[in-house]
Design a protein around this ligand. Structure first.
Ligand SMILES: *Cc1c(COP(=O)(O)O)cnc(C)c1O
Length: 385
């Protein structure tokens, strides 16, 4: 049996909407499909203004421009995250400041943030790992007390919530991803959530190449001109048409992924009790979107061998992340304090195959082979001692 890591789910209606865009002959950005998707995302998140972007990376880059970050400004974030979280700010000359993660959720440890604040700190960037919310109550309170902005990297957190409020809607700004590997997809794609109403006008200008074209569109000015530095951050209508079909099925996509997530959880519980692995933690007050199922291996297990053995069985599991502070690009950053959990847990994490429609027999095959390889390695280990 071959079990791939991911299979992008398509609803079937994507092509109808793309055909409509084609028929109408409106292909540039900010057309009807873009506006429909933005309105739907605003409705679901309660965000003041949502702007579609080419990617979550682009949304984070817009955030860095909007906050007018200058070289030497500092931005606090986890090192255990995807490249773009840090790169978007480093692109403006800002310095990512890494703090360690919590061992339970793998999210930034909110208790370590205050100690990392200096006179150069401008923003905090919590990353909602696996679609499970960071401790936003503490983070927002800290940011308010120190006059800092909050930018949520909610790439994985689309339609998850923390204490009943959607992720992405807590910060001044939030960023979503619709990359093929995420839950709701458009190939490459993303969105910027502008929650601070003071930032909406500037966000629209940055989105449209630094011009007030948006105001021109609405008939508020009779010509549009260059206002400030921006770029072209908006996707074309074909991408938005695809996304519209996906957003219409967001509920059932999430429900279906959650069912598969719970099934893994149930099947792996006995292995966790035996001490063969550790399961993910979802705090009581967090509702997640089943973006990812991961396990943490015991210290003595050799992960590379385990992944290779699974691959020989036709099972494609992945690991991540190489912590940014130990990557070549991460040398522009500053590390605050110990990276203990970032370093140790990132070496022990394995992500299991999960997609819309993964079959029970596929899931059972994954958990059975995983258990067998783990038992074999641990027995071998025990025999050597
Ligand atoms: C996927 C991801 C991104 C990047 O998203 P793109 O849409 O591919 O740019 C950024 N941050 C995190 C945490 C991600 O998981």
């Amino acid at each position: 049996m071959i079990v791939p890591f991911n299979k992008p789910y398509m609803t079937g209606r994507e092509l109808n909407y793309i055909a409509q865009a084609h028929f109408q002959g409106v292909l540039a950005g900010d057309g009807r499909f873009t506006q429909d998707c933005q309105a739907e995302l605003e409705r679901r998140t309660g965000s003041r203004k949502v702007l579609l972007t080419h990617s979550c990376t682009a949304a984070l880059e817009m955030a860095a421009l909007l906050l007018d970050l200058q070289p030497g400004d500092e931005v606090i974030m986890p090192s255990y995250t995807f490249v773009s979280t840090a790169n978007a700010f480093a692109l403006r000359g800002a310095v990512p400041v890494f703090v360690d993660i919590r061992p339970d959720t793998m999210n930034i440890d909110e208790r370590l943030i205050e100690g990392a604040i200096t006179s150069r700190t401008r923003a905090i960037v919590p990353v909602h790992y696996a679609g499970v919310g960071c401790e936003m109550q503490t983070i927002v309170r800290l940011a308010d007390a120190h006059g800092l902005a909050v930018v949520e990297d909610a790439a994985q957190g689309v339609f998850s919530s923390y204490r009943g409020q959607p992720l992405g809607s807590f910060g001044d700004l939030g960023a979503f991803s619709f990359h093929e590997t995420k839950n709701i997809i458009s190939g490459e794609g993303g969105a910027l959530l502008v929650n601070d109403k003071e930032l909406v006008a500037a966000a629209e200008v940055i989105w449209q190449k630094g011009t007030n074209r948006q105001q021109f569109h609405r008939g508020e000015v009779d010509k549009y001109t260059w206002q400030r530095t921006g770029s072209s951050f908006l996707p074309g209508e074909i991408v938005a048409a695809f996304l519209k079909a996906q957003l219409e099925e967001a509920e059932s996509i999430t429900a279906k992924r959650l069912a598969a997530w719970r099934r893994y959880h149930q099947r792996l519980l006995p292995l966790a009790r035996e001490g063969l692995l550790r399961l993910p933690t979802v705090p009581e007050h967090c509702t997640h979107n089943a973006h990812m199922y991961y396990v943490i291996l015991p210290e003595q297990v050799r992960r590379d061998e385990l992944l290779a053995a699974l691959r020989r069985d036709g099972i494609y599991c992945l690991f991540h992340y190489v912590p940014l502070h130990s990557a070549p690009g991460g040398q522009v950053a500053r590390v605050h304090g110990s990276m203990k959990y970032t370093d140790t847990l990132s070496e022990r994490l394995v992500r299991l195959p999960l997609w819309w429609g993964i079959g029970e027999s596929e899931q059972d095959y994954v958990t059975e082979r995983l258990a067998q390889h783990l038992q074999a390695q641990l027995a071998q280990e025990a025999a050597h001692v």
